[in-house]
Design a protein around this ligand. Structure first.
Ligand code: C2E
Ligand code: MG
Ligand code: MG
Length: 560
């Protein structure tokens, strides 16, 4: 393989073959452009595009790094002269140059040649650059800071004594190394490290930037870890100067549907700046746990601040509301859902006064094309700070439309069932295993005048014809003993005092072991059956004979 040598590089710099490329850095939450990082490329006439990893070390070892940086900076500043404010420019500075006390002055000269603001310049340094001489590194850093230039610690996490550097030098920005970002997809450990790094950056008040974001999943994860900015192929590769304008004119670097829908807990807004939400500096681990709970919850959840703006919302609720998470954040409930707000607004106000509202049922039209009504069960819980001041309302929402429909269907089917029972000539009953407790259809009371309560404890026997009581008891007793179905015919006294023949049949419900749990049965009027008509006639005849006999007795008594 042909490799570029010292002479080549020297000539290349003279010929302007080493050029700056620009990789966009975006706001993770919105996908909006925040600035560019300058990355050098060597357009070699024979070898093609040579990456910086192959010629920066060469430049450093051959003393050409100063000339290279100078050339890159001047080209870069010329290219970004029209870059609208406040877009920033990040430039990599070689470790060797960071040992040069002249660096601040030299940067100042380069920047003024291009007419760029010092305040919008960020110098990126890797950790190894700082190792040898901390005192000197500190002095140079201070010199740069005095010019208003910001400092970023690049490739954070890959070197050693990172923490010492972070503490000792006045960094503004921390760049999480791409190797963590890429491995985040695979292992929990990497996620933990990424979370810890982002959390550390936050707790030191630094802006955190994640490098090497290639997938949406990585972007989402970083967003909910609370990372502010990101760069990577997901958004764009480094582009030549000619493409800068086109990139700047894009509102977002990702189509909205590809932007990290993200999430929620990481999106808490600072109270003072609704437009540029500042990510909450909560310990990242706790945030991640909360996030998982928040997103995994089977209920819709959100948090509303005292101005009734959505501070956070979980995926489920965003879906229920038919808008993305980002479309909710920072928006007022009343602006997003004016109709619904007419109903729920007063309750949110009650909660904001410190009074919880639970179990509120609200019906409102679905946003879906089917258009039906949906029923939501809402709860508003005031959230209090240490001083017991209400800082917002925690909202939970359960869509109970289906449950409601099921309840209604059940009620309707109960209705049907009741009607069926009422129209049916049979009188259903159910009894405990020993027949001491009996429940019977209300038709029984209509028929006999005997109430439900009077039935139990063998009370039902009191409406059975005295001649049939013994048989009834025997049949029931036999079934209780054997568990066999029962079938008995007996006369029952109607409310009007007349006796009618009824047939009662029942079968047992058993558990797995065969033990009888309950009896289920029904009674039917069998008065019309021919044999009963016959029996009735015989009974009538018997009665006549008895009457006759008694008259005959009278006659004979009379005769005597
Ligand atoms: P760096 O400053 O950490 O730059 C980020 C590197 O990650 C760049 O590599 C960039 O092209 C690459 N990158 C960006 N997005 C992705 C992604 O989604 N996936 C992957 N796999 N990589 C991504 P590049 O351009 O090859 O630069 C390598 C390093 O060379 C830079 O690392 C920087 O330390 C150094 N470098 C580049 N230009 C200059 C320069 O002008 N001066 C100095 N001193 N160093 C430079
Ligand atoms: Mg860099
Ligand atoms: Mg880096």
């Amino acid at each position: 393989m042909v490799s570029p040598g010292h002479l080549d590089l020297h000539e290349a710099l003279e010929r302007g073959e080493v050029v700056p490329y620009f990789q966009p850095i975006v706001e993770l939450r919105t996908g909006k452009l925040s600035g560019f990082e300058v990355l050098s490329r060597w357009k070699h006439p024979v070898l093609g595009m040579i990456p910086p990893d192959r010629f920066i070390p060469l430049a450093e070892s051959t003393g050409l790094i100063g000339q290279l940086t100078d050339s890159i900076l001047r080209q870069a500043f010329a290219a970004v002269a029209t870059l609208p404010s406040p877009l920033s420019l990040s430039v990599n500075i070689s470790p060797i140059q960071f040992r040069d006390d002249e660096l601040p002055r030299y940067i100042e000269q380069a920047i003024s040649s291009g007419g760029f603001d010092c305040e919008r310049l960020i110098l990126e340094v890797t950790e190894s650059a700082l190792l040898d001489n901390m005192l000197q590194a500190r002095k140079i850093s201070m010199g740069l800071k005095e010019l208003g230039i910001r400092l970023a610690l690049d490739d954070f996490g890959t070197g050693y004594s990172s923490l010492r550097h972070l503490q000792a030098l006045p960094f503004d920005e921390l760049k999480v190394d791409g190797s963590f970002v890429r491995s985040m997809d695979h292992t929990r450990e990497s996620r933990k490290i990424a979370a810890a790094v982002v959390g550390l950056g936050h707790s030191l008040g630094l802006t955190t930037v994640a490098e090497g974001i290639e997938t949406r999943a990585q972007a989402e994860m970083l967003l909910w870890l609370g990372c502010d900015l990101g760069q990577g192929w997901l958004y764009s590769r480094a582009v030549p100067a000619e493409e800068l304008d086109a990139m700047v004119s894009q509102e977002r670097l990702l189509p909205v549907e590809d932007a990290p829908s993200g999430s929620v807990l990481g999106l808490m807004l600072g109270p003072e700046s609704p437009e540029s939400p500042r990510l909450e500096a909560l310990p990242a681990q706790r945030l991640a746990q909360l996030q998982a709970i928040y997103d995994g919850a089977p209920v819709g959840l959100c948090f509303i601040d005292t101005n009734m703006r959505y501070m956070s919302i979980n995926k489920l609720l965003a879906e229920m509301n038919g808008a993305s998470i980002t479309e909710h954040i920072g928006q007022r409930v009343g602006d997003l859902f004016p109709e619904l707000f007419k109903t729920i607004g007063p309750y949110i106000r009650i909660a904001l006064q410190g009074q919880p509202v639970t179990g509120l049922e609200v019906r409102y039209p679905k946003s879906a094309p089917d258009g039906g009504l949906r029923t939501l069960l809402l709860s508003y819980e005031p959230a209090l700070d240490e001083a017991d001041e209400v800082v917002g309302v925690s909202v939970s929402v359960v869509d109970i439309t289906e449950r409601k429909q099921a309840e209604e269907a059940l009620r309707a089917s109960e209705d049907h069932y009741r009607r069926m029972v009422e129209l049916n000539p049979h009188i259903p009953w159910t009894a405990s295993a020993d027949f001491t407790e009996i429940e019977v259809s209300p038709k029984w009371e209509k028929l006999t005048g005997m109430t439900q309560a009077e039935m139990s404890d063998h009370g039902w026997l009191s409406v059975v014809h005295p001649d049939d009581v013994q048989r009834a008891q025997e049949v029931v007793g036999e079934s209780i003993r054997t568990g066999q179905p029962l079938d008995v015919e007996l006369r029952v006294r109607r409310a009007d005092g007349a006796w009618i023949w009824m047939r009662s049949r029942g079968t047992p419900l058993r558990d797995e072991a065969g033990t009888v749990l309950r009896w289920y049965g029904s009674m039917e009027d069998v008065e019309d059956r021919e044999d009963h008509a016959l029996i009735d006639r015989i009974l009538l005849l018997e009665q006549r004979i008895a009457e006759l006999e008694s008259t005959q007795d009278g006659v004979s008594r009379f005769q005597t």
